[in-house]
Design a protein around this ligand. Sequence first.
Ligand code: SAM
Length: 289
Amino acid sequence: MKAIATITRTKEIMARHDLSFKKSLGQNFLIDVNILENIVSKAGVDSETVAIEIGPGIGALTEQLAKKAHHVYAFEIDGRLIDVLADTMSPYSNVTVTHEDILNVDLKQFIAEHVPSDKRVKVVANLPYYVTTPILMKLLTSDLPIESITVMMQKEVATRMAASPNTKDYGSLSIAVQYYTTSNVIMTVPKTCFMPQPNVDSAILQLNVRSEPYVDVIDEDLYFDIVQASFGQRRKTLRNNLKRVFSDLSAEELDQVFLASDIDSKRRGESLSLEEFAQLADAIHPFVR
Ligand code: SAM
C-alpha cells in the first residue's frame, strides 16, 4: 500500500473519516515520504529504539517510525484522530496511541512504566507550531532519560534555539536548549511538503542530550528561575527583574549577589552568557535556598 504521507492517501483517509484540518491544533500533515524517511534515519531510529511521537495526526510519521523502531508511543490531543489512527496503524503491532495533551503527560513516569531499560528513547515529531516552545521546554526540563529530540518546527523557532547573547532571538528557550543539548539543523523544509500548507517554512532540528549540562550549577531549578526572571521584562535591567521576582531579598542582599557574581546589575538579561547566568544563580543561592 502507498505511504500515508502522499497527497492521494492523505485525501482518501480524510474523506473516508469525514475529517477536516483543525488549524487551531497546528494540523499541517506531511505529504512527502522522502522527508519522513530522512527524519527517521537522521534520528537514528532502529530496533533498539523506543520512539516517542507528539501529534501523530493521521499517522504519516508514525508509520515510518513503526517500520524501524522497537515500539512507537504517540500522544495525540485531537479525539477525532484516535479512530483514524486505529485504522491507519492497524498493520503495525508496535504502535500505541494515547489520547492526551502532551503537556499533561508525566513523561518521566510514562517512560519508567513502558520502556524496557535496555532500549534507547528518542523523541521524534512534526510539532504543532502553536505550542512548540512549551513542548520543548517540557521535554528539556523534565529530567527525562532520552537520547535525542528530532523535530520539525518553524524555521524561526529553530533560529531562536541557536541564538547567541545580545541578539533579539536569544531567550529562555535558547538557554534551555544550549544548556541541555547540542543542536543542529538537519534540513529546511518548504511549505509545499505539507497539507494544508503553513504560512512559514520549516526546519528539522536535532537536539542531542548532553551527558552533563553545559554549565555546572548548584541548583538547576534556581538557574532557570534566574533565567526566566532576567528575561521577564527584556527592557529592564537585571537588578530590576531580579528585584521583582526575588522580592524577599533586601537591596543590600541584592548588592552582595551582584558583587559575588561579578556581574554588573545594570546589564540586561539578554547580554548574559550561559556561564554568567550560572555565576548569578550560584551567588543568589545562599540567600534564597
Ligand atoms: N505527525 C503528523 C504529520 O507529520 O503529518 C501531524 C503533525 S501536525 C503538524 C501536529 C499534530 O499535533 C496534529 O495532529 C495535532 O492534532 C497534534 N497536537 C496539537 N497539539 C497537541 C498537544 N498539545 N498534544 C498532543 N498532540 C497535539
